[in-house]
Design a protein around this ligand. Structure first.
Ligand SMILES: Cc1ncc(COP(=O)(O)O)c(C=O)c1O
Length: 335
């Protein structure tokens, strides 16, 4: 098969049965490997959806500078999209952004604008990055902010994600496990489920210490899932349940995935695996469960897959790769 340009390669990612990670699994578990997108993550879909719409409406045109705050996958997805469309892209990052991600952004031709201090009130970098975006938007004429946390075309990209899952499984998906940050994936998949009258129950998997579903803030080391505020795309009732997972659980989940299934996945994928582990015995036998794995593990070689880094932050945890998880239910139930 020959594809017309790199944008045509986005989506249609593989769905893989996970048959090794749990010996006694009573449900059928599948993982959708979003790492197979050309930019390496599920965010390729959102980036091309947002920019494609903005180009169609004329909000983005020749000479437009795209400016977004991102410390990871969305930045890379947008950098790829802007390189493809010949647009200038400024990515506002913070010191938590990994060296590797900065290198990837620059390789795509993005300009990297570093915010050095967190927001004084919250201690978080996100508000500081958004403020910097606002300043740049005022300074640069013909500039455009994708605003991934509120842009509905972020969510709409995932109608297709869910369509691919449902089609691959012949129309029946009983449970979907979906990690959350902007809530674009969650909202898009939930909208698809409703529009097609599917019975799929969606379980959101969030970072412990994230504020999307309420709860209390907590220091988090892993990028990707979780958010320091409730995104504009969030709506109550999108998910049946929310399960919060700690950084350590994400690491354990990632290491287990690698050992059992030989899948080198990113942190939120490990978190999703641990969320599945938490509820697997409550799910009716034979149910079809799908886990959306958002990105690839290469971006976490210096953290999740580095023994010295894990030991520095969590102590001696090697034996934990074999033990059961400790994922927590969100205190806020979503109705
Ligand atoms: C690794 C990873 N996992 C999960 C998510 C959450 O996806 P969404 O923003 O669609 O909620 C993201 C978003 O950037 C991500 O990069």
């Amino acid at each position: 098969m020959v594809y017309e340009g790199i944008t045509s390669v986005i989506g249609n990612t593989p769905l893989v049965r996970l048959s090794r990670v749990y010996e006694d699994l009573q449900v059928q578990l599948f993982a959708k490997l979003e790492a197979f997108n050309p930019g390496g993550s599920i965010k390729d879909r959102a980036a091309f959806s947002i920019l494609g719409n903005a180009l169609a409406t004329g909000e983005v045109r020749s000479g437009t500078t795209v400016i977004e705050s991102s410390s990871g996958n969305m930045g890379i997805g947008l950098a790829q999209a802007c390189a493809y469309y010949g647009l200038r892209f400024i990515c506002v990052v913070d010191p938590k952004t990994t060296k590797q991600n900065i290198q990837i952004l620059k390789a795509y031709g993005a300009e990297v604008d570093m915010v050095t201090k967190p927001d004084l009130q919250t201690g978080e970098f996100l508000p500081a990055r958004i403020r910097r975006v606002q300043i740049l938007l005022r300074q640069i004429p013909n500039s455009y902010w994708p605003d991934q946390y509120s842009n509905i075309f972020n969510a709409r990209a995932h109608h297709q994600t869910m369509h691919e899952v449902v089609t691959a499984l012949g129309g029946r998906v009983d449970y979907l496990f979906c990690s959350t940050s902007t809530c674009g994936t969650l909202r898009g998949c939930a909208e698809y489920v409703r529009a097609h009258n599917l019975k799929t129950k969606i379980f959101a998997v969030d970072a412990l210490g994230s504020l999307i579903f309420g709860g209390l803030p907590k220091k988090r080391l892993l990028p990707g899932h979780g958010a320091a505020r409730q995104p504009g795309l969030y709506r109550p009732g999108l998910a049946e349940r929310c399960i919060q997972v700690s950084d350590l659980e994400c690491i354990i989940g990632c290491r287990r995935l690698l050992r059992s299934e030989a899948i080198l996945a990113g942190g939120s994928s490990g978190g999703i695996l641990m969320a599945v582990e938490r509820v697997k015995d409550e799910i009716p036998s034979g149910a079809i469960c799908v886990a959306l794995f958002p990105d690839r593990g290469e971006r976490y070689l210096d953290t999740i897959y580095s023994d010295p880094w894990v030991e520095e932050h969590f102590g001696e945890v090697g034996p934990l790769w074999q033990q059961a998880g400790e994922a927590q239910e969100c205190s806020t139930m979503i109705s």
